[in-house]
Design a protein around this ligand. Structure first.
Ligand code: ADP
Ligand code: MG
Length: 355
């Protein structure tokens, strides 16, 4: 048998590299939206309005009232690794904002049609720009790619249209727009509970009512009432735990032993970023197991702040996972605290009902 000669190794075209990288960060519309929400919150916004068409595949639009983007920055806004939030690698250890490496908008511009309209307080008008493949692009072929002056409110509106239009295999993988919309509502609900002082609305295009509407002055309990339901909102216990040695503090609202749901709801924020942690979820479920009837599950909103120097946010481009030091110890302190509070409420209620 004759061996074929080895195939030559060639560098991929930069466009292909960018598209692959983008597809890794943004798997579904909800991942693009998370980046946009985090950017809007980073910009100091007190109002976020979200509009969704076709589960976010046709349109994802987010309008904020934050500090806006300087017109001079528009040409590089969507280039990879352009950011106003990080200068040196060392900054990764002390970063207080959600974003950190300027990849989100770049990624989106490689797999969707992106339009940015923005106005800073200093500017007398708003500026509108279109992007494709990381660069300014004309709105229509033949037109200029330069940002155009237009009327607009203070803040930024980002419209992401036709997500995955140039990644047909990914586009085809989405079976149901309502499934994607449900994921979007879930995410918006999480940030709406966590971001006090910020108004949120989320609407499906063409529907008159909002899927979710939270006024800026709503308390955290009211936010939970609006996003989830009154039954759980009326049955919450506030808790807090901190430890200097492990460099963390935490606070949150958890359901009492009187509340029992079919599934656990865990709204988990680490340094103000919505994340998932099966270790924390397991430990919390275990803590509740002695308080709830068999098959019963809790509602837990937990905000964990950990000394940024002890957190590694750079584990995965999606930032859905974070690693931190003394994870086991920290989880144990939090669960001990929840257990103590549950015990207190539980006995008083039992006592009352027995009388
Ligand atoms: P990162 O958030 O990591 O910096 P992004 O690609 O998400 O990277 O955003 C790039 C930059 O664009 C941000 O650093 C910020 O300066 C600016 N930006 C993005 N979205 C907004 C917004 N809604 N309001 C103001 N500035 C924004
Ligand atoms: Mg960002």
């Amino acid at each position: 048998e004759e061996l074929e000669p080895p195939r030559r190794i060639r560098a991929l075209h930069q466009d292909v590299v960018n598209k692959i990288a983008a597809g890794e960060i943004i798997v579904a519309p909800v991942h693009a939206l998370k980046e946009l929400i985090e950017n809007a919150v980073d910009a100091g916004s007190t109002s976020l309005e979200i509009l969704v068409k076709d589960g976010g595949l046709k349109l994802l639009q987010i309008t904020d009232n934050g500090h806006g983007i300087d017109k001079e920055d528009l040409p590089i806004l969507c280039e990879r690794f352009t950011t106003s939030k990080l200068k040196a690698f060392e900054d990764l250890t002390s970063i207080g904002t959600y974003g950190f490496r300027g990849e989100a908008l770049a990624s989106i511009s490689h797999i969707a049609h992106l339009t940015v309209t923005t106005k800073t307080p200093e500017s007398s008008c708003a500026w509108k720009a279109h992007y494709a493949g990381g660069k300014l692009a004309p709105a229509k072929p033949g037109q200029s790619a330069d940002p155009k002056a237009c009327a607009g409110r203070q803040g930024t509106q980002i419209a992401v249209e036709d997500l995955f239009y140039n990644v047909p295999t990914r586009r085809r993988a989405f079976r149901s727009a309502s499934e994607e919309y449900a994921k979007i509502l879930d995410l918006v609900g999480r940030y709406a509970v966590h971001c006090s002082g910020v108004a949120f609305s989320c609407k499906k295009h063409g529907e008159s009512g909002a899927g979710l509407a939270i006024p800026s002055n709503a308390s955290t309990i009211d936010r939970i009432r609006l996003v989830h339901n009154s039954a759980v909102a009326n049955d919450l216990i506030q808790f807090g735990a901190a430890n200097e040695q492990y460099g963390f503090k935490s606070e949150g609202l958890v359901s009492s032993a009187n509340h029992s749901a079919k599934r656990t709801t865990l709204l988990l924020f680490i340094n103000h970023r919505s994340v998932e942690s099966s270790a924390i979820k397991k430990a919390i479920e275990h803590t509740y197991s002695t308080f709830l009837p068999k098959g019963g599950h809790p509602f837990v909103y937990l905000s964990l702040e950990i000394d940024p120097a002890r957190v590694d946010v750079n584990v995965h481009p999606t930032k859905r996972e974070v690693n931190f030091l003394n994870e086991e110890e920290i989880i144990e302190i939090i669960c001990d605290e929840i257990r103590t509070r549950l015990g207190k409420v539980d006995t008083s209620r039992t006592f009352l009902t027995q009388c």
